[in-house]
Design a protein around this ligand. Structure first.
Ligand code: PLP
Length: 367
């Protein structure tokens, strides 16, 4: 039998209070709308079951995966659940009927499946328009005929209208796609759902019935670095923390880590941290990526390896063996390092880092 051991000192913490706070922030940005909490990709890596308590104030949960939809129902959620990509094959509709899932309809094949589905209770569907993103949905020219076809089906109850913005977080904005959507849906009845996080925070006043924030409820700024999570008054819902398990004194000319990519130009005190790319910390983060040591800002030194990375302690004489290192999120002293800053150094976005938290990292839920 395996002996019970102490875990390696690395931990992800999910903050229920932050989820609640961020949800409230999104609500106040779009006070007249109902709100889907987007919990696809296992709640952006936070874990659906763990995130649920902080997000139960939402009006509904939206996701992609039928397994995840079942997990939301298993938590006792009786309210709306929306499948953002709709069904993938005909038998998925049976689960939609059984679990009362609302589903997106974005292509003719999905309408065909509905037309041959046997159900006593007609389904609520969200008809998707491709208003310019060119991923899913009917073009504006084909939208009305898709609506008419759906409307004629006894399997279909209410039809809501949905589209997705490609540039709500950027300079292009939403105006063009809004104009396309509005023109093509004039006189069509039904509720509207338009806004992801960026559009909710920036344009919460857009005429719609349901907003769909994802990243913002997890405490990341959708438009970093133009604006930060602090600017938007969002709090990190995930903290990744580890500890220092060794220190080294190095001299000018000494190198650190694989490839000797970092060479000290002065004497340094460095700490070795129990977090590496096998934990989900990006290997591409360059030397100089910010971290918090005992809640004080410092930075990485040299390459990230599989199980460890190195931080500069030269300006932190108190830090040493056992010190807390926050890779992103909230330190014990309350200081915050946004996941967006780390993602930016890695040339990516906070979304990817959250979703890539490795299986081997233990996760703790903070009520
Ligand atoms: C993921 C997703 C969202 C949420 O996007 P964020 O940028 O995380 O707010 C909204 N709508 C759809 C259709 C999505 O797929």
């Amino acid at each position: 039998m395996l002996q019970k051991t102490m875990p390696r000192p690395i931990l992800a913490t999910i903050h229920t209070d932050a989820l609640r706070h961020n949800l409230a922030r999104c609500r106040s940005a779009a006070p007249d709308c109902r709100l889907w909490a987007i919990v696809k990709a296992n709640a952006y890596g936070h874990g659906i079951e763990r995130a649920f308590e902080g997000l139960r104030g939402a009006d509904g949960f939206a996701l992609l995966d039928l397994d995840e939809a079942q997990r939301v129902r298993a938590l006792g959620w009786r309210g709306p659940v929306l499948l953002l990509e709709g069904v993938f094959e005909a038998r998925d509709l049976e689960l939609c009927s059984r679990l009362d899932l609302w589903h997106t309809v974005h292509c003719n094949e999905q309408i065909d499946m509905l037309a041959s589905h046997k159900t006593n209770v007609p389904h609520r569907v969200f008809l998707k328009m491709n208003s310019g993103m060119n991923r899913l949905g009917f073009t504006p020219e084909r939208y009305r005929s898709a609506w008419t076809r759906l409307d004629a089906l006894p399997q279909v109850d209410e039809i809501s209208l949905i589209t997705h913005f490609s540039d709500a977080d950027g300079e292009l904005g939403v105006d063009q796609q809004m104009a396309v959507f509005v023109a093509a849906t004039q006189e069509l009845p039904g509720e509207r759902s338009l806004c992801n996080s960026a559009a909710t925070l920036r344009h919460g006043d857009l005429a719609s019935d349901w907003v769909r924030p994802g990243i913002a409820i997890y405490g990341s700024a959708p438009d970093f670095p133009q604006r930060s999570a602090t600017d938007w008054n969002l709090q990190p819902a995930m903290t990744l923390s580890a500890r220092i398990i060794a220190t080294q004194e190095i001299r000018a000319g000494d190198s650190v880590g694989y490839g000797s990519t970092f060479v000290a130009d002065h004497a340094m005190h460095i700490g070795i941290v129990t977090c590496g790319y096998a934990d989900g910390y990006p290997r591409v983060c360059p030397s100089g990526t910010p971290v918090l040591v005992n809640g004080v800002r410092s930075h990485t030194v040299g390459r990230v390896s599989m199980d460890m990375l190195v931080v500069d302690l030269t300006a932190l004489p108190q830090a040493g063996f056992g010190s807390e290192v926050t890779l992103w999120g909230r330190a014990a002293n309350g200081a915050v390092l946004s996941i967006d800053e780390v993602a930016h150094r890695a040339g990516t976005v906070g979304y990817e880092l959250m979703c890539a938290l490795a299986q081997r990292v233990p996760v703790q839920l903070e009520a």
